[in-house]
Design a protein around this ligand. Structure first.
Ligand code: AMP
Ligand code: ZN
Length: 463
């Protein structure tokens, strides 16, 4: 079966075929760094991590860009409310975001462009839109996109706006889908915004939120790229507006596949600070959750179904993580090297088929758990062959390259970690001779280093 993903634009599953064979260009909307990201935001980032890990497992090279929204209505408001410079505010929350990504073992993107570093590219794009008569300049120097200049407006949310009169212009970044309005591309400077402005052909001002993603995605990935992701709340107006701006400014197709994950709800409701059901990753770690437990909870529901996060999910997840980690250790104690020609258990192809079907993680995990159950029975009755242990380790490594659920409870000595870090640098510089030398040095210290899809992993050599 070939890999299929559900495309929000065509509202059907499509066989995935990148524009350039073997290479995937992926853009995912990143955090708005005016506050600490919550578990709902991380549902979106975890789904994107799943997608990227699966593409890597399938052998694609992935160029992944995630923007950091460090100037918009929310960041400006918060910096005034807290009376601190916007750069200080966004630096603090960007730092927290990266810490949380690490806790959740989310693979880093290739680049995290910040909006404030890309304003000239946004201005260039808006200039094109004005030139192409898709945008107009208001009396105060703000620039708006004229939605009736783009006849396909509404394609992503499947609403026909062509009969509706545009009711108004809107300066804010959000509005309701029932009332499509000309949206702002460039917001003219207001005195209360102090020193937050950039110069432009239309005077002092700042970009609207939507143009930030259009400009940064095309700057890093080209005008036409493969996949663009976000949560369902991004469909409208953010992604609808991104399509309109990008297609009209570049006069080329924009994105082939749009993928969106459903909402995360807490105790069946919307997260709200006043109701005490608003969770940041650090809150959950304090309550005894770990990165692996959170990964399991977030990935065990299909990304296109709503996920109801409840505290009692922790217990089941803890047991699952322990069971998988124990099985891995038991298999490693029988066989801890996987030869190049190692085979995989028959369940692997079923597991892969489930993920090929629009990343069906609940089915993939169910297949995997059934194999775990059978393998434990064989181990308990001492009937597992060494070759089966080898293919078991291989299967677990593959599953872990997607789900990353196995607890890393072995303490790797600092001396070994230092060599691993030097080796990583050598590999980045294509110095394979040094990389091999370091591998042998690590072996001499009693450790094995493996190059996995998700980076270098260390295991003790079998004694
Ligand atoms: P923001 O920082 O608000 O721009 O959001 C970052 C990402 O989190 C976006 O892709 C949103 O669509 C996503 N997101 C926000 N809230 C939720 C939620 N409750 N469930 C799933 N995704 C969400
Ligand atoms: Zn975006």
């Amino acid at each position: 079966m070939s890999t299929q993903f559900y495309n929000s634009l065509t509202r059907k599953k499509e066989i995935f075929k990148p524009i350039e064979p073997g290479k995937v260009k992926l853009y995912t909307c990143g955090p708005t760094v005016y506050d600490t990201a919550h578990i709902g935001n991380f549902r979106a980032f975890m789904f994107e991590d799943l997608l990227k890990r699966y593409l890597l497992l399938k052998g694609f090279e992935v160029n992944h860009i995630m923007n950091i929204t460090d100037v918009d209505d929310k960041t400006i408001k918060r910096s005034f409310d807290e009376n601190i410079p916007i750069s200080e505010l966004t630096k603090k929350y960007t730092g927290r975001f990266f810490e949380d990504l690490k806790v959740l073992k989310i693979l880093p993107a290739d680049n995290y462009p910040k909006a404030t570093n890309h304003v000239p590219a946004m201005v260039r794009m808006i200039e094109n839109l004005v030139k192409n008569k898709n945008a107009y300049i208001a009396d105060d120097g703000s620039v708006y996109f004229a939605i009736d200049s783009y006849h396909d407006y509404g394609q992503l949310i499947n609403l026909d706006f062509s009969q509706q009169k545009r009711s108004n212009r809107i300066l804010a970044d959000e509005y309701t889908k029932e009332k499509p309005q000309d949206f702002v591309l460039w917001k003219s400077w207001k005195e209360k915004e102090g020193d937050i402005f950039w110069d432009s052909p239309w005077g002092k001002g700042r970009p609207g939120w939507h143009i930030e993603c259009s400009a940064m995605s095309t700057e890093y990935l080209g005008n036409h790229f493969d996949i663009h992701c976000g949560g369902v709340d991004n469909l409208f107006p953010h992604h609808e507006n991104e399509i309109a701006q990008s297609v009209c400014a570049t006069e080329e197709p924009f994105v082939n596949i749009w993928m969106h994950c459903e909402y995360l709800l807490v105790e069946k409701g919307k997260m709200s600070k006043s109701q005490g059901n608003y969770f940041r990753i650090s809150d959950l770690i304090e309550k005894g959750f770990s990165g692996e437990i959170l990964r399991y909870i977030l990935l065990n529901t299909h990304y296109r179904s709503k996920l109801n996060f409840t505290m009692d999910k922790k217990h089941e997840a803890e047991q699952v993580i322990q069971r998988i980690t124990d099985l891995y250790d038991r298999l490693l104690s029988i066989n801890n090297t996987v030869e190049n020609n190692a085979s995989l258990p028959k369940e692997y192809s079923q597991f892969e088929r489930a993920l090929d079907n629009d990343l069906d993680t609940p089915v993939a995990l169910a297949i995997f758990f059934e194999w775990v159950r059978k393998t434990n029975i064989k181990l308990d009755s001492d009937s597992l062959q060494e070759k089966e242990a080898e293919s078991g380790v291989y299967f677990l490594d593959k599953v872990n390259s997607i789900f990353d659920l196995i607890k890393e409870n072995i303490e790797v000595p600092k001396e070994v970690l230092d060599l691993v870090n030097v080796r990583q640098k050598a590999r980045q510089e294509n110095d394979w001779v040094l990389s091999d030398k370091l591998r042998y040095k690590i072996n001499d210290l009693g450790w094995i280093v493996e190059d996995t899809l998700t980076g270098q992993k260390c295991k003790p050599l079998k004694s």
